[in-house]
Design a protein. Sequence first.
Length: 663
Amino acid sequence: MNIEEQINQLREELRQHNYNYYVLDAATISDYEFDMKLKELQALEDKNPQFYDPNSPTLRVGGEVTKNFNTVVHEQRMYSLDNSYSKEDLLDWETRIKKLVDGDVSYTCELKYDGASISLTYENGELLRAVTRGDGIQGDDVTTNVKTIRSVPLKLKGDYPPKFDIRGEIVLPYEGFAKMNQERIAAGEEPYANPRNTASGSLKLQDSSETAKRPLDCLLYNLAGDRLGIDSQFESLGKAREWGFKVPEESRLANSIDEVLDFVNLWDEKRRDLPYETDGVVIKVNNLQQQEELGFTSKAPRWAMAYKFKAEQVATKLNKITYQVGRTGAITPVANLEPVQLAGTTVKRASLHNADQIAKLDIREGDTVFVEKGGEIIPKIVGVDFTKRDPNSTPTEYITLCPECGTPLIRKEGEAQHYCPNTEGCPPQIVGRIQHYISRKALDIEGLGGETVALLVKEGLIKNYADLYVLKREQVIPLERMAEKSADNLIEGIAKSKEIPFERVLFGLGIRYVGETVAKKLAKHYKTINAIIEASEEDLVSVDEIGVKIAQSVQEFFNIEANKQLIHRLQDYGVQLQISAEKLANQKDTLNGQTFVVSGVFEKVSRNELKKLIEDNGGKVSSSISSKTSYVVAGENMGPSKLEKANKLGIAIISEDDFLNLI
Ligand code: AMP
Ligand code: ZN
């Protein structure tokens, strides 16, 4: 088998596994085996760029950056749907239909998925383009991002037509959404408000490797365009499934409006078991010939109708708006409600997210507000009952001073959140940072809980996490509810935290955007805190998965003198601020302190293998040439601009063999 055949075979294999896993939800190999095959393909592709394929499974990880999304006119308009709310509405609709078409009418009942609508164009079985709905006439080309969604087939199977559009919804399942939010909270960021907005925001991220990390799913439900030799909507769903699309299995045929209502009633309950949000049922005339005869109004098809589920909603009084200060200083307004029963739980509080949300709802203290719980677990305020508003009330004025320390709040350009900039002196920030430091995934200090931290700060015994290490038993014992035994445990727990590995300490420092995964990457790459402190923004960005936002935040953190001093103190106390000697021993350091730029195509090793070799031997890989570059490892077809720059700066250019000799 020649290289090209080998590449094609691997691509085909991976495509099938991908389909089994993400569309059928029935994997036949382990994740590890899958990763190995993917790596093998990646290596072959790196070495043989002439066989590039824009729809290769290796491109699922993203990487392409889009500054401005192109506007594309939909070949077939993307319509909205008319809504119905009762059996009467549906019967009226049926009467209208029967005046316009002959013969019996049957319906396809589908669930109405609550996500971001998308139109996919396929040509000769390959994904050509993915466009958002936009205003229905034209939308944004988000192909690079959509390609990273594993359930979107990049190549089709079976007897697909040569060219067609298919429409569906990009959704974010609850589980993935909850996980993203946990990670955001751990990294000191505001959680996202709901899966739908997060899904549509994900399509417009500039860096497609960011989209690739989000657990998005794509559910398809409509073939657009001429009939493609298919007679009914229900049949078209089956066909699309055969071609490799993820078409939900819940759809049913109904022969009457009564049967439609059975479907609605069934799913009004059962939808709570689905992994993603639905907000109703979409009923479509099944026969495509009849659909054609019915056509469209100016905004919606006459052959389809949405029936919205009733979200559980109650009205209650908004007693007061209070403001919470997080450990990064972010302010969150909270609605304190007159307690009310909703979908089986008592609701007393709901987040109002930010100043814009308050302004949008025009919500005021004393108002009667509507609280809703959809499929989501978190209750949200959806509106105000203006008929009950006190005529003397005035619009809510957002606070301008920190409720905890009185410092004027700031709001950065482009951000929704207000911040208290008084990181050093604002009590909840001080307490929050220490609480984060001792938390389970960070230093995991046994015998010390969040409340004790608050107490220690209040009593003036600690002001930062470094202070923990000089705490004395005698200082702790007099504290409220502190027995001698618990004081011992506390001191012992703090001492033991000096064994916690570097990556977790790095996470515990509470640098904004540096969550668990990022901390691991940084620790592995730089090995010591000093190397991270000294790294330039450019250098940081060259590390796998580190973007500009993270790099800047890391630099901001270490530019603050007080933070540097904290690090010095932690070092003095013996906290792990570098990878342990044992781990280091497993890594060679032949290339310590040297920075490499890799360019061109190589013979003996792939470009990625080469980078790994550099890092495993203690060297650093950078993406661009600067005066700090030690060597450029050049393969065939090295980029001309890199060559010129290297020559200008007098940097040594070495071959692949030279490099292998070096190590
Ligand atoms: P609306 O935005 O309320 O007018 O509803 C129309 C939108 O519902 C469409 O643009 C689709 O994005 C979405 N939708 C969700 N599920 C379906 C489905 N099964 N069939 C058609 N549209 C659907
Ligand atoms: Zn403050």
